[in-house]
Design a protein around this ligand. Structure first.
Ligand code: C2E
Ligand code: CA
Ligand code: CA
Ligand code: CA
Length: 280
């Protein structure tokens, strides 16, 4: 029994080491990935309802690992947050996204998306000088401040006074502020009382099952009312079916995003539009 206990203890210890080692390895590989250009950006359309016309895009980072293949940002962004690499990676994402938006503006003219969204994590937001970085990138790319949306989560904003000050500075700069995954945090409504914000991104969990009568639809309706009442734009996230899109439109949503309208792509087809099926 004694040796069994010891064996168990050793296995447990080894398990912890592997988890920590895995993190360290991924961190080192991300450093290398940054230096060798393994990260790239994709853009997902945000469309107007019911026309399906693309009015904005959200930037999403992708990592193509030379051996392991694609690694999900849900996996590597938290590691980058932990080891601080998100500051450098995030600055690269911001620059590359704004540069791409300026290219689309110049090449596509009126067909170009009107706004580009960039996700910013807690660590980036709390980094001193983040608003200055954004201002510099805008000056460098020649992109108007109102053409850029910074997507922040409730958790990131609650990270500390510095994060809130950064959001206020960005808002003053004329950059649009979107509150991401809206409704999933602990105090989304409390935050709305103080945070300068332009856009609410209504989380996918409220969009799922929306076409079935019930609580999903009730909450989605309440959220659009809050948004309208405060004079904000609401974007419904994670729309996967025509039925969901039609129901969201019926509830008053004018902006939506999801696989139904377009998957994230390096060069989305802005001319294509997944129009809502006309009401039956
Ligand atoms: P998010 O900001 O909430 O981004 C939306 C996620 O939902 C993306 O996953 C997107 O591909 C996915 N999605 C969009 N439409 C649909 C749909 O119809 N159905 C389903 N099932 N999923 C949909 P992705 O690209 O894997 O990103 C995951 C998360 O990683 C993001 O969530 C964001 O928190 C983070 N992330 C991604 N790119 C960046 C970045 O450049 N910077 C930072 N800081 N975080 C990022
Ligand atoms: Ca987002
Ligand atoms: Ca989201
Ligand atoms: Ca999310």
């Amino acid at each position: 029994a004694k040796s069994l206990g010891e064996g168990r203890r050793r296995r447990y210890t080894r398990g912890m080491d592997v988890a920590a080692g895995e993190q360290a390895r991924m961190g080192a590989e991300m450093r290398q990935a940054l230096d060798t250009g393994q990260f790239r950006l994709v853009y997902q359309p945000i469309v107007e309802l019911p026309s399906g016309r693309t009015v904005a895009v959200e930037t999403l980072v992708r990592w193509e690992h030379p051996v392991r293949g694609p690694v999900s940002p849900a996996e590597f962004i938290p590691v980058a947050e932990q080891n601080g690499l998100i500051v450098e990676l995030g600055a690269w994402i911001l620059k590359a996204a704004c540069a791409q938006a300026a290219i689309w503006r110049d090449e596509l003219g009126p067909a170009a998306p009107r706004r580009i969204g960039v996700n910013v994590s807690a660590r980036q937001l709390a980094e001193p000088g983040f608003p200055e970085l954004v201002a510099n990138v805008l000056a460098w790319t020649g992109l108007g401040a109102d053409k850029l949306t910074i997507e922040v989560t409730e958790t990131a904003v609650f990270g500390g006074g510095q994060a809130l000050r950064a959001v206020k500075a960005l808002y003053e700069l004329g950059v649009k502020i979107a509150l991401d995954d809206f409704g999933t945090g602990h105090s989304s409504l409390t935050l709305l009382q103080t945070l300068p914000v332009n856009i609410l991104k209504v989380d996918k969990s409220f969009v799922d099952n929306i076409s079935m009568a019930g609580r999903h639809a009730v909450i989605a309706t309440a959220l659009i009312q809050v948004s309208n009442g405060l004079g904000l734009d609401a974007v419904a996230e994670g729309v996967e079916t025509a039925e969901q899109a039609a129901e969201l439109h019926r509830l008053g949503y004018r902006l939506a995003q999801g696989y139904y309208f377009g998957r994230p792509a390096a060069q989305p087809d802005f001319a294509a539009s997944a129009e809502l099926p006309s009401a039956a």
